[in-house]
Design a protein around this ligand. Sequence first.
Ligand SMILES: [Zn+2]
Length: 251
Amino acid sequence: MFLVHLFLVLAGPLVGSFIGLLAIRWPEGEPWVARRSVCRSCERQLRWWELLPLLSWLALRGKCRQCGASIPWIHPACEMGGLLVALSAWAFAPEGTILLSCLFGWTLLALAAIDLRSFILPDPLNLLAALLGVAMVWWTRPDAWAEHLIGAAVGYLILFSVEITYRLMRGRDGLGRGDAKLFGVLGLWVGWTRLPDILLIASVSGLLAAILASRVAGDDLKSTTAIAFGPWLALAGWIAWLTGPLLVSGL
Ligand SMILES: [Zn+2]
């Protein structure tokens, strides 16, 4: 098993590098495979040694070798994220789920990265995370279908009703439908008992990040400030999956 774990950790930054490309190309409708990587500022084709996850970014000090344009932060962030998913899965994933956990974590990372940049949570990625969840329950806890299916339904319905209520009361969109789908997927993975944990961690971390971001930008946080909730849901879901029932639901 050690070799499998090691392989996943080495694959992490590479998968993260692919996720970074996805986050930039998907929302623009560009083909995200079968195209050489170029600097988006000077269009120069990048050499293989400029595409090594994390190492190239460090060696190039975050800038294009030719035009000096900053390499978008999403690249090193996703490469680091891909590595952290593999390392945290190695340390904390429930017995016998390391591979499915990594695939789940990387899918969450892709959802988070795309939502952060473009405020969308693509359906195909939510579906992929759901299918991985079905495989996980099927193989590792076939006697707990009820808990996980109820989690999926309740998770979806909670954020769906928040979305509808907000629209009725404020006359504009607060949450996207993708958030409800993602919360349903997370409920499928962790079961309905852990949904309060996820909501608490996601709300607190999302709010802190929004306050921090508005401080850095130098203006006040307004009720109309657009905040992507998906990344915080994804992070909270990942934490809930890797920890036992220690938080709200364990009290
Ligand atoms: Zn350049």
